[in-house]
Write a protein that binds this ligand. Structure first.
Ligand code: ADP
Ligand code: MG
Length: 336
């Protein structure tokens, strides 16, 4: 999560130009969020940060009540507890995120697969699990046999969903991005054009920090115990999401196990690709794609990124250190 660096950059930029910004932060979806509004967005109006933050908190609470796997009463948890084979009516927002997830699952041939929830739990990355040690092969093959995006049916006309196998749906790879888009829409409805909203490192940069200057957003170096900036990118009316295995993992017998699971093997991904950043118009898709490419690995991931014309920055670990690779679209976007 490039949260710290993000703030570092914002503060530098703000101070450098003598700007006062309105900022607030809080907790949501098992992580933190932050919002920064710049002065031109506030011109001529009194903005009460307490009221605005209360509105943001309410919206984030509403989304968590739909999509969190950590809340047993969320609508997603209810879907996961609903009898296998029986349809369950969901809120249009949950439906929308499930549809997007299934689209990415089809495009990636199941690398992205939100039915991976039971495997995520098994590997200790789900709610209420603390034992950090690999599960047995038989447990893995059982959970893998009980998963698969093809067994998640979406009834397009009636906002109904059903699981045809006993898997848990896990939207952790995409729900934060969706929430970022929702907060962006909320702030725009309140008349703000120039702001930055970030949840757990997934973010949207709206407008500009100054009329003659774009937002500059930092991407963190993929290191577990050190927080430094690898590179910065300009962003205007664009979202950015990063997936990486460098912070959320556990170690067992000297081997690192990532929280990104390859649904096709049932095992955490294990390749040289350590960080994937995607820039897109929608934070939900940026978030989902970042996870998708992380699962696919460098070669297949960049192939799909180029075929889909995605702006992607990937970092790989090589014998001689860290290497940065850009998709065609990103190279065109940044001009290098
Ligand atoms: P982060 O939560 O660090 O932003 P991601 O957006 O990449 O990272 O989401 C990773 C989470 O998604 C995992 O913690 C897990 O809950 C879930 N997940 C793991 N593997 C997959 C997968 N192949 N497809 C969909 N979701 C996954
Ligand atoms: Mg993601």
């Amino acid at each position: 999560m490039p949260l710290f660096c993000l703030f570092l950059i914002l503060f530098l930029t703000g101070c450098e130009y003598g700007q006062s910004t309105l900022q607030f932060a809080g907790k949501t979806m098992g992580t933190t969020y932050s919002v920064v509004l710049v002065p031109q967005s506030l011109s001529g109006r009194q903005v009460d940060p307490v009221t605005l933050q209360a509105e943001v908190d309410r919206e984030l609470g509403r989304i968590s009540k739909l999509m969190s796997t950590y809340d047993e009463s969320s609508q997603l948890s209810q879907l996961n507890a609903h009898p296998v084979g029986k349809y369950f009516t969901v809120h249009p927002d949950l439906y929308h995120v499930l549809q997007a997830s299934q689209e990415l699952a089809r495009l990636s041939d199941g690398a992205m697969d939100v039915t991976v929830g039971s495997l995520v739990d098994l590997w200790g990355f789900g709610p209420g699990y603390a034992d950090s040690k690999p599960p047995s092969e038989s447990e893995i093959s059982l959970a893998r046999g009980n998963a698969g995006y093809q067994a998640l049916d979406i009834d397009v006309e009636n906002y109904r969903v059903r699981r045809r196998k006993a898997f848990h749906v896990d939207l952790s790879s995409i729900a934060k991005g969706f929430a970022v888009d929702q907060i962006r829409d909320l702030l725009r409805r309140r008349g703000h054009d120039d702001f930055l909203v970030e949840i757990g490192g997934e973010l949207f940069a709206s407008g500009r920090i100054k009329s003659d200057r774009q937002w500059q957003v930092a991407i963190e170096a993929p290191e577990a115990d050190n927080r430094s900036i690898q590179t910065t990118l300009p962003l205007q009316d664009m979202a950015m999401a990063t997936s990486g295995d460098y912070r959320n993992y556990f170690e067992w017998n000297g081997k690192r196990y990532s929280h990104t699971i390859d649904p096709r093997s049932g095992y955490p991904v294990d390749h040289q690709l350590v960080s994937v950043t995607v820039i897109a118009a929608s934070a939900m898709y940026a978030d989902g794609w970042a996870t998708t490419i992380s699962v696919l690995g460098l070669e297949q991931g960049m192939q799909l990124a180029n075929a889909q014309q995605l702006a992607v920055l990937a970092m790989i670990e090589t014998a001689s250190g860290l290497e940065t690779i850009r998709s065609e679209k990103l190279a065109a976007y940044t001009g290098y």
